[in-house]
Design a protein around this ligand. Structure first.
Ligand code: ADP
Ligand code: UDP
Length: 238
């Protein structure tokens, strides 16, 4: 499969068209941004780790009944995916307090919730991805009730599968963001799941193994991404 034209260049990935109108190629970059693009940098090796981790986890999710955009990993950084129309909602699931939630609720980080939470942000860089609820999404025509129901069901399933899987790697899944798209009338999981989009803490030491190390200038950013990649057990190709 060959790249044809650059369709879109985002903050972390480039997206190319292919001969097949239903298939895109995503190419993961080492570029890192935070605070809506205000902070910029590079995390060496991140592109390959995020690509391979996303595909590995999307494979597990498919087996558990969550449809995803994954078609084929092409190389370390590039993957063929189903071209979807992205639903402009960032879907955030949280198991523990952290980040903007902890700040908003005046809580310290790392408090376990009684049950997972789900929230939506309107995916709009100019507005800084504002928090919205499902009524706003319906009122603005961002998604239908059926789509919101499917997204909600899949998002909690993704959490269940990932929480269990990361626990087996001695990693606590604190929170994460996912995106869904429309593909021939169906809602499927798109974009990525990686240390860029998940908060991952070592279960014993509570060491942060994710992009917060970059956001908060904590150092050892590359090491953290490598450590997650190592625990996934996919670093050595056959
Ligand atoms: P951003 O747009 O936030 O800077 P990225 O650099 O990750 O983010 O760019 C990738 C873009 O591709 C995102 O806007 C994402 O919503 C979109 N995308 C992800 N998967 C698909 C897909 N299967 N089909 C179409 N677009 C996708
Ligand atoms: N997140 C993301 N992209 C965003 C905003 C958040 O991937 O544009 C992820 C983030 O990595 C974390 C979760 O969503 O795992 C919850 O983030 P939060 O709302 O706490 O925002 P933050 O503190 O990152 O601003």
């Amino acid at each position: 499969m060959e790249k044809k034209e650059l369709l879109y260049e985002g903050k972390a990935k480039k997206v190319y068209t292919t001969e097949d109108p239903d298939i895109l190629i995503v190419s993961y970059k080492d570029d890192a941004t935070a605070f809506n693009g205000l902070k910029k940098g590079t995390i060496v090796g991140k592109g390959a780790i995020n690509n391979r981790m996303t595909n590995h986890i999307f494979g597990l999710l498919e087996k558990e009944g969550v449809p995803t955009h994954l078609v084929k990993e092409l190389d370390d950084r590039e993957t063929a995916v189903k071209k979807v129309e992205i639903v402009p909602l960032e879907v955030i699931i949280r198991n523990f307090s952290a980040g903007s939630f902890a700040k908003k609720m005046g809580m310290e980080e790392g408090i376990q919730f009684k049950c997972p939470t789900l929230e939506f942000s309107y995916k709009n860089d100019d507005l800084g991805d504002p928090f919205i609820n499902s009524y706003y999404a319906l009122a603005l025509g961002l998604a239908t009730q059926e789509e919101i129901d499917a997204i909600t069901k899949y998002a909690f399933k993704v959490n269940e599968v990932m929480q269990k899987y990361f626990a087996s790697l001695n990693i606590e899944l604190i929170d994460f963001k996912i995106e869904f798209g429309r593909y021939h009338g169906q809602i499927i999981l798109a974009d990525e799941v990686s240390p860029d989009t998940c908060r991952l803490w070592d279960k014993d030491t509570h060491e942060k193994l994710d992009k917060d190390r970059f956001r908060r200038d904590m150092g050892n950013v590359e090491d953290a991404y490598q450590e997650v990649f190592r625990r996934l057990g996919i670093a050595d190709r056959e």
